[in-house]
Design a protein. Sequence first.
Length: 339
Amino acid sequence: CDLMLLSPTLQKCYTYLKMTSRSFAAVIQSLDEEMRHAICIFYLVLRALDTVEDDMTIPVDVKVPMLKEFYKNLTDPDWRFMDSNEKDKIVLEDFPAISTEFRNLRRVYQHVIEDICKKMGLGMTVFLERDVDSLAEWDEYCHYVAGLVGIGLSRLFAASELEDRIVGQDLDLANKMGIFLQKTNIIRDYLEDKKEGREFWPKEVWSKYGEKLSDLAREDKREDAVECLNELISNALELIPDCILYMSRLKNQSIFNFCAIPQVMAIATLERCFNNPSVFTGVVKIRKGEAVKMMMTASDLEKVKAIMYHFTNKIEQRIPDGPNSSSIRSICLSALDQC
Ligand SMILES: CC(C)(C)CN1C(=O)[C@@H](CC(=O)N[C@@H](CC(=O)O)C(=O)O)O[C@H](c2cccc3ccccc23)c2cc(Cl)ccc21
């Protein structure tokens, strides 16, 4: 295949991409030539940064400077980190292969990736030793770890000229594309994060339903937990109209698919989680077959709107009676209005 025509280090980067992103690597590889390598490298650099942030065996006084100065590793041909205990540690142990290909990218792409790494690394340190309290802080945390990815991607799309300048200038919409994905991950991963002693659910919401976040895993608190879950899901659903507006501006088919596929996977995940006590007893994942079907159909705006409509409508149809039911319903109806 055409991977054989690539340099040894670029071949390694695509191997690491497949190892670390499972189904998403194929979507990245189907991007038009001009974007493919830049986004492959951006994905791997972000995975390396995330692997440092996630590694609870790195002491905080070591991790803070590592995160703040991570962007400098992009221009240091020898930098690598051999003490990681994470499953994706290969991207840190062989970082020289990734940074070599980073330095082979067009200058304008290098500048975007370096700027996002700098902002993301700094932002990650803000929440290393502090939990997420208010909904504003929930948005702030999701901005650092995912909103900035959307802003970086949008600036890469615009710089490639495959997309209009507005895509790289409307940072609010780009930010919301990432926040929607991250809020979905945080909602879905309640139990997995609890097992690792990590808390990302905002205290402003869960404190209405329990003394501490871990209380929501108790069998006798199941009804309160599901009410809290439904409130967080409705908070994420508020982003749907802006995500649809962002995707409506995309002209390049491969970039549209790249952006639309995670969005439709996210709305399907939110629908599976809604009013579902299994979030507190196991991990709610959408079946592979269902995911593949959606990936195949998310190829134009009308189809994406139809998928968003389908799952939002399924949520609206089973809103339980309770203190939040009218606000959840109005959020669903305004999202449906945009589909
Ligand atoms: C935290 C996150 C949501 C930003 C992670 N993130 C994504 O989730 C991937 C999808 C992914 O990695 N899926 C994996 C998930 C998994 O491993 O289970 C899969 O195999 O299906 O998509 C995002 C992503 C893709 C397209 C547009 C985006 C706009 C804003 C923000 C992120 C955007 C992503 C793009 C880049 Cl360049 C880097 C990371 C991501």
